[in-house]
Ligand binder design. Structure first.
Ligand code: ADE
Ligand code: ZN
Length: 331
């Protein structure tokens, strides 16, 4: 077996938990601020980096929503997604299921068509390079059910460009059940369903995501490990967890990477995957997440291969008849 670094580098993988807005690097934030004449509360790239020290999810979200204020035009969304997709390809990512937060843009006057068209152009380029990409529209759970419904309706003209819907933003106080009817409507539209749950929220939120929303994957899911019956459910139904080690470290979901539960999740028979979440904010893209957590908890080359295989199995990709890899239903 080649060494760990070589296995991480060379193993094909899918990324299933990446918020495209969370891939906005400080350098690009400055470039777009200048291009669009948007004032920034930072004097330099170094100052931005220094500001990225978070005590919890909300402290991160405050800077995340502030940072994306520089995204104004179709070109901005093209450049953002294109940079991420090139970076992912360099990590041997063969398929991406990419989250985006439309309400964070429409809420400040950027039309949905602007981001949909920019993202679509980046996706077309990525497909030409051989990396398939699908879009998952996330509802911001700190906003109302009515606002989520409005967003789903507004997205109907782009239905065929969407793979599914997700649920993100401030978790505690906004249980999945708040969006039960919105997810029912999304299911009726034939969209796939995922939800962030158990990042900061209790195991009950993971149960709700499964039983009330009908989520097919759980984003994060760390706190599910507190409930043995829930672990059994996730294992028996092979519900994937899209786990984000560096995010968990930076948002204090774990105190120390050595205490990260990724190995325990594998040992419990869970379909765990490794992802970057918001790589520009948490200090690493997908292979950095693999490297750092592997070193911290002692993953073997076989564990890396299991995690990578899990990501391909957990994706909503439909394998090409004849066994081709990385081929996705055209959405
Ligand atoms: N939006 C972007 N990153 C997120 C995270 N880690 N949790 C919830 N919402 C998010
Ligand atoms: Zn996330």
């Amino acid at each position: 077996m080649p060494n760990l670094n070589e296995v991480i580098r060379s193993t094909p993988k899918a990324e299933l938990h990446i918020h495209v807005e969370g891939s906005l690097e400080p350098r690009m934030m400055f470039d777009l601020a200048r291009r669009n004449g948007v004032p920034l509360p930072y004097g330099s790239v170094e100052e931005v980096r220094r500001a990225y020290s978070f005590g919890n999810l909300q402290e991160f979200l405050d800077l995340y929503y502030e940072g994306m204020n520089v995204l104004r035009t179709e070109e901005d969304f093209l450049d953002l997604a294109d940079a991420y997709l090139r970076r992912a390809a360099a990590d041997n990512v063969v398929h991406v299921e990419m989250f985006f937060d439309p309400q964070a843009h429409t809420g400040r006057g950027v039309p949905l068509s602007t981001l949909m068209d920019g993202l679509e152009r980046a996706i077309a380029r990525s497909r030409e390079r051989g990396v398939s990409v699908s879009l998952i529209l996330c509802f911001l759970r700190h906003l109302t059910e009515g606002e989520a419904f409005e967003t789903l309706e507004a997205a109907e003209p782009w239905r065929d460009r969407l793979l599914g819907v997700g649920l993100d933003s401030s978790e505690v106080g906004h249980p999945p059940s708040k969006f039960a009817r919105v997810f029912d409507a999304a299911r009726d539209m034939g969209l796939r369903l995922v939800a962030h749950a158990g990042e900061e929220g209790p195991p009950e939120y993971v149960w709700e995501a499964l039983d009330i929303l009908g989520a097919e994957r759980i984003d994060h899911g760390n706190r599910a490990l507190e409930d043995d019956a829930l672990v059994a459910r996730l294992r028996d139904d092979r519900i994937p967890l899209t786990v984000c080690p560096l995010s968990n470290l930076e948002l204090r979901v774990v105190d120390d990477l050595a205490a990260h539960p990724i190995k325990r999740m594998l040992d419990l028979g869970l379909v765990a995957t490794v992802n970057s979440d918001d790589p520009a904010y948490f200090g690493g893209y997908i292979n950095d997440n693999f490297h750092r957590v592997a070193e911290a908890v002692g993953l073997s080359p076989e564990d890396i291969q299991t995690l990578a295989k899990n990501s391909l199995d957990a994706s909503f990709m439909v394998p090409e008849v004849g066994g081709g890899q990385g081929v996705v239903r055209n959405r």
